[in-house]
Design a protein. Structure first.
Length: 271
C-alpha cells in the first residue's frame, strides 16, 4: 500500500495547472488508448486523497493539493464536466470519476471551489435525457445508458440531491428494475447509489449482487482470489482480470468504505 502511494507521488508531472498524473501515459507512443489517461487521473487522485484522509500523512497533502488543483483547472469552464483533455466538453463517465476524487479531497480537508460543484450541476442537467432519472454519455449523445445513469445519479447524490427529488427517485427505480449484471463498472457505481438510497431497493440489490460476486471469485489455481471478466465491455477487454478484480473488491467494500450519503435515519422502504 505504502509503495503504491509513493509511486503515485512520483509518476506525475508538475505543470502550471497542478500535478498531472496523466502525463506519463500521454507520453507513451505505444498506448493504444491514451484517452483513458484522464480516468487514471481521477482514480489516482481518489486514492491519494482517501489515503491522506485516513492516515493524515503530511507528505501526501501537497501532492493531493496539486493534483486537485489540476482537476479544478481542467474542468470545462462552459459545460462543467471533464473528458480527455483539460477544459474539453465533458462526458458523464469521466466527470463522475473526477467528482468522486474531488469529494474525497473535501472530506480530507482540501478545499474545492464552490464554482466546481455549480459546474457539475450544470453538466448533469445538460445530459439528463427526460427528467425521469435517465442520463446520457455526453451532450451530443443524450440517449439513456445504464452505466452512465448510475454515475450521474451518484454525482447528484454527492451534490446533495435528496430522496424527495423526482429525478433521483425515478433513477433509483430504473436501477432497481434493471438490477446488477456482469458489467462491474456499472455495478460499482450503481451499488453506491443503491447503498446510499437504502431500504428495500438496497436490500434487493445487495441480495442479487453480493452472493453472485462471491461465487464468481476464483477459488483455486494461480488466479485464486481474483475475478475474470464475464462481459465484453471496453473496460473488461482492456482492463482484463486485474481491473475486474479491483472493481469487484471495491464493490464488495461499499458497505465499509462509505457512510450512506442520504443518512440511515431517513431510509424509506421504496422509491
Amino acid at each position: 500500500m505504502q509503495a503504491g502511494l509513493q509511486y503515485l507521488t512520483r509518476i506525475g508531472i508538475t505543470v502550471p495547472a497542478g500535478y498531472d498524473l496523466r502525463g506519463v501515459l500521454n507520453q507513451r507512443d505505444d498506448d493504444p488508448e491514451p484517452n483513458y489517461a484522464y480516468y487514471v487521473q481521477g482514480a489516482a487522485v481518489l486514492a491519494l486523497c482517501e489515503a491522506y484522509g485516513m492516515t493524515g500523512d503530511r507528505q501526501l497533502r501537497p501532492v493531493c493539493e496539486a493534483a486537485v488543483r489540476f482537476l479544478v483547472n481542467s474542468q470545462d469552464p462552459r459545460g462543467g464536466g471533464w473528458r480527455y483533455v483539460p477544459q474539453q466538453a465533458g462526458s458523464t463517465s469521466c466527470t463522475a470519476v473526477q467528482v468522486m476524487a474531488l469529494k474525497a479531497a473535501e472530506k480530507a480537508g482540501i478545499a474545492v471551489p464552490d464554482s466546481v460543484w455549480r459546474g457539475v450541476a450544470t453538466y448533469l442537467d445538460s445530459v439528463a435525457v427526460d427528467g425521469e432519472g435517465r442520463y446520457g454519455y455526453e451532450v451530443q449523445k443524450r440517449t439513456y445508458e445504464g452505466s452512465v445513469t448510475a454515475m450521474a445519479l451518484l454525482s447528484r447524490m454527492y451534490l446533495g440531491c435528496q430522496r424527495s427529488e423526482k429525478d433521483l427517485r425515478q433513477g433509483v427505480l430504473l436501477l432497481d428494475k434493471k438490477g446488477p449484471y456482469d458489467n462491474l463498472y456499472y455495478c460499482y457505481f450503481a451499488t453506491q447509489v443503491m447503498r446510499n438510497w437504502g431500504g428495500q431497493p438496497w436490500e434487493r440489490w445487495n441480495g442479487r449482487l453480493r452472493d453472485d460476486l462471491v461465487a464468481w471469485q476464483e477459488q483455486a489455481g494461480d488466479a485464486r482470489g481474483s475475478w475474470a471478466p464475464r462481459d465484453r465491455s471496453d473496460y473488461s477487454v482492456s482492463g482484463g482480470r486485474l481491473l475486474t478484480t479491483c472493481l469487484a473488491a471495491l464493490t464488495l467494500e461499499v458497505y465499509y468504505r462509505y457512510q450512506p450519503l442520504l443518512g440511515e435515519e431517513l431510509i424509506i422502504t421504496s422509491p
